[in-house]
Design a binder for this molecule. Structure first.
Ligand code: FES
Ligand code: FES
Length: 166
């Protein structure tokens, strides 16, 4: 048994102490926005926040998370998908297949909470998530757009099929 605070709710779950937090979130709580990629803390697809810090939930035993620690998953980042990072991601069409993107967004949101106007070096240090589709340039641009509140400030304008640009 573990008591967790997830997306603002206090929840009791049945789990072995060494069960990774990722599996509790996905299998018991149905929060499948958090993805399994590697299981060895390399890819970042399983990233969630614990008290605002980006954490790779695939290697975090559930027993090491206390009930007073606030876990936030991609489902809880914003009730309406209107977090500045989500808006920038949408404006710049960052995702390709999408598999890595919830982890990318959670890592970016944590970075911007602690470093509101990150340099390239800050982004390099914080964004160690892997993307098989190679969205790295747009991830960087979207982080800068979110930081400045303006997609065009990121220096990346996207031409859409209808002729509009963002
Ligand atoms: S699944 Fe956790 S880092 Fe890859
Ligand atoms: S968007 Fe496909 S793995 Fe990143």
């Amino acid at each position: 048994m573990a008591r967790l605070t997830v997306n603002g709710k206090v929840l009791d779950v049945e789990a072995e102490p060494d069960t990774p937090l990722l599996w509790v979130l996905r299998e018991q709580l149905g929060l499948t926005g958090t993805k399994y990629g590697c299981g060895i803390a390399q890819c970042g697809s399983c990233t969630v926040h614990i008290d605002g810090a980006a954490v790779r939930s695939c290697v975090r035993p559930v027993s090491t998370v206390g009930p007073g620690e606030k876990i936030v998953t991609i489902e809880g980042l914003s009730p309406t998908g209107s977090h500045p990072v989500q808006k920038a991601w949408s404006a710049l069409d960052v995702p390709q297949c999408g598999y890595c993107q919830s982890g990318m967004i959670m890592a970016a949101a944590s970075l911007l909470a602690s470093t509101p106007d990150p340099s390239d070096a800050d982004i390099d240090a914080a964004m160690t998530n892997l993307c098989r589709c190679g969205t790295y340039n747009r991830v960087r641009a979207a982080i800068k757009a979110a930081a400045r509140g303006d997609a065009k400030a990121a220096g990346l304008s996207i031409l859409h099929a209808d002729g509009s640009t963002t």
